[in-house]
Design a protein around this ligand. Sequence first.
Ligand code: OSB
Ligand code: MG
Length: 384
Amino acid sequence: MTRAARWNRRGEPRDVLIDAVELRLVRLRLVRPFETSFGRVEERRILLVRVDGEGATGWGECVADVDPFYSAETTHTCWHVLESYLASAVLGRRIGHPREVGGAMRHVRGHSMAKAALEMAAWDLAARQAGVPLAALLGGTREAIASGVSIGIQPSIGALVERVAAELEAGYQRVKVKIKPGWDVEPVRALRERFGSLPLMVDANAAYTLETADPLLALDAAGLMMIEQPLDYDDLSDHAALQARLRTAICLDESIASIARAADAMALRACRIVNIKPGRVGGHAASIALHDLCAAHGVPVWHGGMLETGIGRAHNVHLASLPNFSLPGDIAASRRYFDPDVVEPPIEVRPDGTIPVPRGPGIGVEVVEERLARATEAVVSLRA
Ligand code: OSB
Ligand code: MG
């Protein structure tokens, strides 16, 4: 088929026909361990989804971890749900636009991370078939995104200060540090002493309760951009109570499990900023809907990260080019995570702390099959 035939009269891709879905489990060592309030990872086992249709290939990455600590979903629940339910919902079906893939999977409750991996692969496929960058299909409006870093809990304050200095040297526009009870006020004070008015925020990954929130109230004087997910992962009302006591904006991550939850969060004033991760809400279409909902409420959003390989990372760069992603996100250079990454070219940050949106078709980076093959633990190929 020619390129032009891929477009309908409204200038949208015409249809996606997926005739094969491949699930692949890869094991990759992180460049350095990453520690949060819920645990420490040194190596990731990641489920990748490849879709093939009419001579083209699209890639998606599942952000679930092997352990159900950030979210209930895991690499293996995602594998199960994709293999047993989701693949058959799209295989051999002509889907008018990748935004409709989510609808084809609607009968399966929950399992957003599993759905997102397949849905995002379909977006890459459609953009490649149309010969356009994914950002063009998603409605992206900027040619580069603002990049920040997320820094895990460190063995000492000295080590943290050193890490932050190195990241600022690389150009990153804002620094997020992970906190937990016992690692909160002191590290922030040390960073303020050393780096002054550096754009700084903290992420607790749900480690506090209203009863143990004193350090968070103390942090209110630290001039933070925001405090991310201080309280429980599925809580909104306690967050609303805490937000009422803080000048600093609360940003929700884990709690924003769907568009409906986001609407509830804003109605309750449980947060003033939202972290968007497509895996958490079911893919690109849901992320666009969330982005638009937040914009309508005057709530800025930024793009989160889940220690992705270059596949998920490239998807994130394209999505973060939408207009209401007005704060630097957790999308950093490939080299902070995997060396080498599984794609070429790797995602890189420029000295001004921006990442250019790739201009090639689809996600605009290519999977290096030989690196994948070396990292592969299991693979299954599903057909219509
Ligand atoms: O809470 O944002 C989070 C990593 C894994 C799980 C949850 C989170 C994170 C990060 C890292 O903060 C972001 C990144 O650099 O990819
Ligand atoms: Mg977070």
